[in-house]
Design a protein around this ligand. Structure first.
Ligand SMILES: Cc1cc2nc3c(=O)[nH]c(=O)nc-3n(C[C@H](O)[C@H](O)[C@H](O)COP(=O)(O)OP(=O)(O)OC[C@H]3O[C@@H](n4cnc5c(N)ncnc54)[C@H](O)[C@@H]3O)c2cc1C
Length: 380
């Protein structure tokens, strides 16, 4: 397996890096984090430069990038601005993926070009108060009444709902079917009467809002379904390898950022008459970080290559996701350790990684669930 980026991929990474250095300096990242605000200016510039189109096919206004292209993009983006990369994944990638694979021709033609141009944004709402890891147990119900669906229930943990023009909402449409078979994906306009969105306060990833959603007799047109009725869960599973690659790419980029900052700090900080990078125990820590991030990156690009070759890789993508998330959390913790008391100060960036990293072990499947997925594949 060849892990070298193609010349076009290397050129894309170089162009993106130059763009982010110019348009997304560290002061901007800090300001969005401190103000807990969506990075509107950056998002608009990403759209203007065509960066939103990577996961969207060319015939619908995107650039039709491969999974590897997208992984390179998200890794580089997260190395500069992790919350920004998470927002991109939530607002653009999940919807682009769902619409491309399961949308009707009309939905694709109407929505994908607008998504590529940055005119609309999405959120994805699966989790509920009583169904997280066991997501297929969701209870929010949609009932067909004439030309409409009527939705009632409560959603939990929906990222980006405050800034979304549409929410991809998973709801139960057949209460008699086995739990995985009675779920449908809907296209919900959050301004529809009966939708109430309440923002939740959280530890990190401050620029990306998190919400609970209350749905009371919400009426939407019958054609606001993505994919076949009752096939919502099966469809989500079909694109899981791809989505785990995206999350792994964010983890690898963000972990690398922790290491870069820690390395720079240890070269500058002097104790006992020398840079602390000269101490063997500090070097061992840096070497471990380097080794783990390197391994996580290889796992990511192996999985992306398998996705691009249409080879199912449930186990490999889960391994990449699990290893990269735990690597990121460890990199943030080790970064804090290497910076001593200074890492604990809000004026340094490591505390942001410390706060942001924890979600990597929760969202898209907790570490326990990913271990269950891997072991299930081993025992088949
Ligand atoms: C910041 C943030 C953003 C999010 N964004 C979204 C979003 O945009 N859309 C969305 O739908 N969801 C989102 N989520 C929800 C996320 O996917 C869930 O939090 C996650 O799936 C875990 O569910 P839970 O929190 O209910 O925990 P639970 O499922 O209640 O798990 C609690 C603990 O029990 C463990 N556990 C559960 N089942 C098992 C088992 N079978 N074996 C062993 N251990 C087990 C878990 O690993 C965990 O340690 C977000 C969450 C956060 C925190």
């Amino acid at each position: 397996m060849d892990f070298d980026p193609s010349p076009a991929q290397q050129a894309m990474r170089d162009a993106l890096r130059a763009f982010l250095i110019r348009e997304c300096p560290i002061e901007y990242v800090r300001a969005c984090d401190e103000a807990e605000r969506f990075p509107t200016e950056l998002y608009e510039k990403l759209a203007a430069q065509g960066w939103l189109g990577i996961p969207i096919p060319e015939e619908y206004g995107g650039t039709g990038g491969s999974c590897t292209d997208l992984a390179i993009f998200l890794e580089e983006f997260a190395a500069h601005f992790e919350a920004g990369a998470n927002i991109y994944y939530t607002s653009v990638v999940i919807a682009a993926d769902a619409l491309t694979h399961f949308g009707t021709e009309d939905q694709k033609k109407t929505l994908l070009p607008k998504l590529a141009r940055g005119e609309i944004r999405f959120a994805f709402s699966l989790s509920e108060p009583n169904s997280g890891s066991d997501a297929a147990s969701l209870r929010t119900k949609a009932v067909r009444e004439g030309d409409e669906w009527v939705i009632n229930g409560q959603k939990m943990f929906c990222s980006c709902a405050q800034v979304a023009d549409y929410i991809l909402l998973m709801a139960r449409t057949d209460t008699n079917a086995p739990k995985h078979d009675g779920i449908t994906m809907f296209l919900l306009d959050p301004k529809t009467p009966g939708v109430e969105i309440r923002q939740l306060k959280k530890l990190g990833l401050k620029p990306m809002d998190l919400n609970e959603i209350f749905l009371t007799d919400v009426r939407i047109p019958a054609d606001r379904v993505i994919g076949a009725v009752n096939q919502g869960w099966r469809n989500v599973l079909k694109t899981l390898d791809y989505e785990r690659c995206c999350l792994s790419a964010v983890n690898v980029g963000a972990a690398q950022s922790c290491l870069d900052k820690a390395l720079a700090y240890t070269k500058e900080r002097h104790q006992f008459g020398q840079a602390i990078s000269q101490f063997q125990l500090v070097r061992a820590k840096l070497a471990d970080m380097e080794m783990e991030i390197d391994a996580a990156r290889l796992l990511l690009y192996r999985s992306a290559a398998l996705v691009d070759r249409h080879i199912p890789n449930n186990k490999q993508s889960a391994i990449a996701n699990l290893y990269s998330s735990e690597t990121y959390v460890r990199a943030a913790l080790d970064g804090m350790r290497l910076m001593g008391g200074w890492g604990y100060l809000m004026e340094y960036d490591m505390q942001r990684h410390f706060r942001d990293s924890k979600l990597a072990e929760i969202g898209g499947g907790t570490s326990e669930i990913l271990r269950i997925v891997i072991s299930r594949e081993m025992l088949r």
